[in-house]
Ligand binder design. Structure first.
Ligand code: NDP
Length: 255
């Protein structure tokens, strides 16, 4: 892993107990940052915190504005202004647009878009005061193109990119960068769940469902969470200040 020194920095990773968020949290802690990880399941967060003394778990539901405000305020009081914000928590469910209820649409948007907006909003003032900040959103290749049956997910991930670009514009003079990582299919619980669903719905084996997903990754394999973490670390590096408002596809080739 690309090595940098983030000692003295406080990072926040939502959804830091599993998958991509877990890998990013571990990488940031290894680089010396104090890392607050959040999610709804304390026991899952505590397992990750047990791996590195610089990781601190806090329960936070990204669909609850007051809970976000309160939790981030407490984390800042304990570990200082959040200078690296990774609003990673997200859910991925699919249904064709013609069959999608408004409730389903809102549920995806509340987690994947409202949650990202609220998390960033609570971290920005501290970054402005410090004159240095890194916002690393986790969009998706579905933020760059249309994912069949993923209407709400795709719209939410396009929205994350729009928000990231606006923040990059609004804070370009503040020493803050905002960039969106856009992974293809990564080996995480989301993909395991969707693989099972595809297999059940289509009457195919798990191996066939996996093959159907993996063919969208141009190098023909699942991406490891650590490969996404590597890009996040690079965006915090000493010479990263000129990469701003970008989308970085991590999909094994051109999408
Ligand atoms: P995971 O399911 O492992 O991670 C999702 C995390 O989000 C979990 O830790 C979960 O914790 C948390 N979360 C979900 N809902 C909420 C909520 N309401 N409040 C707080 N935390 C919540 O999957 P991934 O690691 O794959 O997903 C991480 C991000 O990466 C997501 O935004 C996803 O869309 C994105 N992504 C994933 C890809 C993949 O192929 N895996 C590809 C492209 C993007 P808990 O349940 O404990 O709350």
């Amino acid at each position: 892993m690309y090595q940098i020194d983030l000692s003295g920095k406080h990072a926040l990773v939502t959804g830091g107990g599993t998958g991509i968020g877990r890998a990013i949290a571990l990488a940031l802690a290894k680089a010396g940052a104090r890392v607050t990880i959040t999610g709804r399941r304390l026991e899952v967060l505590e397992e990750v915190a047990a791996l590195d003394g610089r990781i601190f778990p806090r329960v936070m539901d990204v669909t609850d504005e007051e809970n976000i405000r309160h939790t981030i305020t407490e984390a800042i009081a304990a570990d200082g202004p959040v200078q690296i914000c990774v609003p990673n928590a997200g859910i991925a469910e699919t249904v064709p647009v013609r069959k999608m209820s408004l409730d389903f649409w809102h549920r995806i948007m509340r987690t994947n878009l409202d949650g990202v907006f609220l998390t960033i909003r609570e971290c920005l003032p501290g970054m402005v005061d410090e004159g240095w900040g890194r916002i690393i959103t986790i969009s998706s290749i579905a933020g760059l193109r249309g994912l069949r049956y993923g209407g709400a997910y795709t719209a939410s991930k396009h929205g994350v990119i729009g928000l990231t670009r606006v923040i990059a514009e609004e804070h370009v003079q503040d020493g803050i960068t905002a960039n969106a990582l856009c992974p293809g299919y990564v080996r995480t619980p989301i993909v395991e769940r969707n693989m099972k669903l595809i297999a059940e719905r289509s009457g195919i084996t798990l191996e066939e469902a996996l093959a159907a997903m993996v063919k969208d990754n141009r190098h023909g394999r699942l991406i490891e969470p650590e490969e996404v973490a590597e890009a996040a670390i690079m965006l915090c590096g000493p010479h990263s200040g000129s990469i701003n408002g970008e989308t970085i596809a991590i999909a094994g080739g051109q999408v």
